[in-house]
Design a protein around this ligand. Structure first.
Ligand SMILES: Nc1nc2c(ncn2[C@@H]2O[C@H](COP(=O)(O)OP(=O)(O)OP(=O)(O)O)[C@@H](O)[C@H]2O)c(=O)[nH]1
Length: 547
């Protein structure tokens, strides 16, 4: 049963042990030597500005600054402007990994029973001068040279020997992340790798004999991704909903669906289906943000089935749900994590306020709750609140955190975070970024640089470029995908704020136009308010139908 969940959303390719390291308290990285070439890329901020912060020892922004270099009074955020011209950014070389490539990668991994080798880009910092080429050619990472990250490896199972390696060697798959269809993995992995559902977590006996809850001590596969350990820190208020997921989705999309179905019902009251009603319906569907293509699909199908006949609102809803499902099915995909990368790097981009930080927290919760080791990097160095907010999420999700001071070079932070995540053998590194669309040129340069710098440590990084979209922005979201796709090579989407919006239909238009995978949707501010995207559920909820 748990495996079913796993397969439902995420796909892991986990070829090597990773959770067998004992919890360790690491000291702050003194000053990781940086390749000259990279160093020059990261100016003007020095590498020591980027400090790992122990999750067990929350650090306030002030502390981070103190440790890593304070922002001098009067030091202002970089001045902006310059002007756009996003149109020319199409070819940035940031081509998203296509599905075919992803599948090819998956196949490759499946065929390879041996432990993954260290990517060619993994390099030790030697402190000397070296070029980008050196980085690529570097034999393999030298852990010794890379300062270990600060922060305890919370919940890492490293008890006295017996059960040590199992969690590590196991692909842990929360819903939305699932072990790949790897026959070689499945047999042994299944029983031990799949943790009991959340409810059973608390009953898990610890080594000590008692029953202290040790959620992070072993892979946990809660419904969806696993909710992870109970959140005790203050934060977003999580409503205690007793509804199941579909009911919550329907409730969230109630405004979208009631508006749509109400208008449709009014349109077809005592009218036969003719050219005029079809045209009116098409207009109505377009106004509901579904997009011209989908609107036409719906009216065409309706016409072929019911032309000249009486039509009810339910007839339209049924056809609408079926057509929307057809549009969404191809993009409703699990987020594939290639854990052979160690870490699999997820770069999260999107306009400010679309939910990047919150979504990172939700993802980290699911992943760490499933036993994966997660590092979060506060790459939005533009806003102090963004760094603080992310630190809180890191603490509550038992993730390692790498932050820096306001105004510091985001690419430098990303580089350091990648090194530290590698050194600490994190499974996943999630990097937040700024989203100042009002300054596209600067934003483009920053994201481009982040991608370039990450590529020095692993040519394939970032492995996933996720964009968050705020459903309430309607058509703007459509444009945002266009822009960020060109700027950062977005290869997957997460739509947030689908709770309470009347504009949920925009996800259909985006899917029809961009055909990018939609991995999750957010329906609230709470840590559990993120669910794998299910085409049929979403289509039914929009059409006001039952599951
Ligand atoms: N209702 C609702 N609110 C959400 C959802 N996701 C995020 N939010 C809220 O949206 C606001 C913005 O979210 P952030 O995560 O800070 O967005 P961001 O993109 O990181 O924004 P910056 O930090 O400004 O870059 C916060 O108040 C979140 O709590 C969601 O799915 N539903």
């Amino acid at each position: 049963m748990a495996l079913g969940f796993i397969k439902k959303v995420f796909t892991f390719r986990h070829d090597q042990p990773g959770f067998d390291q004992a919890p360790e308290v690491v000291t702050p990285v003194p000053e990781a030597p940086t390749p000259a070439a990279v160093q020059s890329e990261l100016e003007p901020h020095s590498r020591e500005e980027h400090l790992p912060v122990a999750t067990s020892d929350p650090v306030l922004p002030e502390e981070m600054d103190t440790a890593g270099g304070q922002v001098a009074d009067g030091e202002e955020d970089e001045t902006p402007p310059i002007l756009p011209d996003v149109g020319e950014m199409t070819e940035l070389g940031l081509i998203p990994l296509s599905l075919l490539e992803a599948e090819a990668l998956a196949d490759k991994t499946e065929d390879d029973a041996s432990p993954p080798s260290v990517p060619s880009g993994h390099l030790p910092h030697k402190g000397g001068d070296w070029s980008e080429d050196d980085a690529v050619l570097a034999p393999e990472a030298t852990p010794d040279l890379i300062s270990p990250p600060v922060g305890e490896l919370s919940a890492r199972p490293t008890e006295g020997g017996d059960l040590a390696p199992e969690p590590a060697a196991t692909p842990i798959l929360p819903k939305g992340f699932a072990p790949e269809d790897d026959a070689s993995l499945a047999p042994e992995a299944t029983p031990d790798l799949i943790s009991p559902p959340v409810g059973e977590m608390s009953a898990r006996p610890t080594e000590g004999g008692d029953l202290a809850p040790e959620p992070a001590a072993s892979p946990i596969l809660p419904k969806g991704f696993a909710t992870g350990p109970a959140v005790t820190e203050p934060g977003p208020i999580v409503p205690q909903l007793k509804l199941n997921w579909f009911q919550r989705l329907r409730a969230g999309l109630a405004r979208t669906s009631s508006q749509l179905t109400g208008q449709i019902a009014a349109l077809f009251t005592k009218r036969k289906l003719d050219d005029q009603t079809l045209q009116d319906l098409e207009d109505l569907l377009i106004q509901a943000d579904l997009g011209v293509e989908t609107a036409m699909r719906i009216t065409d199908t309706l016409a072929s089935e019911r032309y000249g006949k009486d039509v009810t609102g339910e007839d339209v809803s049924r056809i609408m749900a079926a057509e929307i499902t057809k549009v969404l099915k191809p993009v409703a995909k699990p987020l594939q994590l290639d854990l052979s990368h160690k870490p699999h790097v997820i770069l999260v981009v999107g306009v400010n306020g679309t939910g990047k930080t919150t979504t990172i927290g939700k993802l980290a919760s699911k992943l760490s709750g499933a036993g994966l080791k997660v590092t979060i990097a506060a790459g939005d160095t533009f806003r102090a609140a963004a760094i603080e907010q992310l630190k809180i999420w890191a603490d509550r999700t038992k993730s390692e955190f790498v932050g820096t001071k306001i105004g510091a070079d985001a690419a430098g932070l990303a580089f350091d975070a990648f090194q530290q995540a590698k050194a600490s053998k994190s499974d996943v590194l999630i990097i937040d970024t700024a989203g100042r669309l009002q300054n596209k040129t600067e934003l483009m340069a920053e994201l481009e640089k982040i991608v370039r710098v990450l590529g020095k440590l692993d040519p394939e990084a970032p492995h996933t470029v996720l964009q968050t979209l705020d459903a309430t922005t309607g058509q703007n979201a459509l444009n945002q995908v266009e822009i960020f796709r060109n700027i950062a090579g977005v290869n997957g989407l997460i739509m947030t704020k689908l709770d309470g919006t009347a504009r949920g239909g925009i996800l259909v238009a985006i899917s029809a136009k961009h055909k990018l995978p939609v991995y999750f949707i957010g329906v609230g501010e709470g840590v559990d308010d993120l669910e794998p995207f299910e085409a049929e559920d979403f289509a039914h909820a929009i059409a006001g139908l039952g599951q």
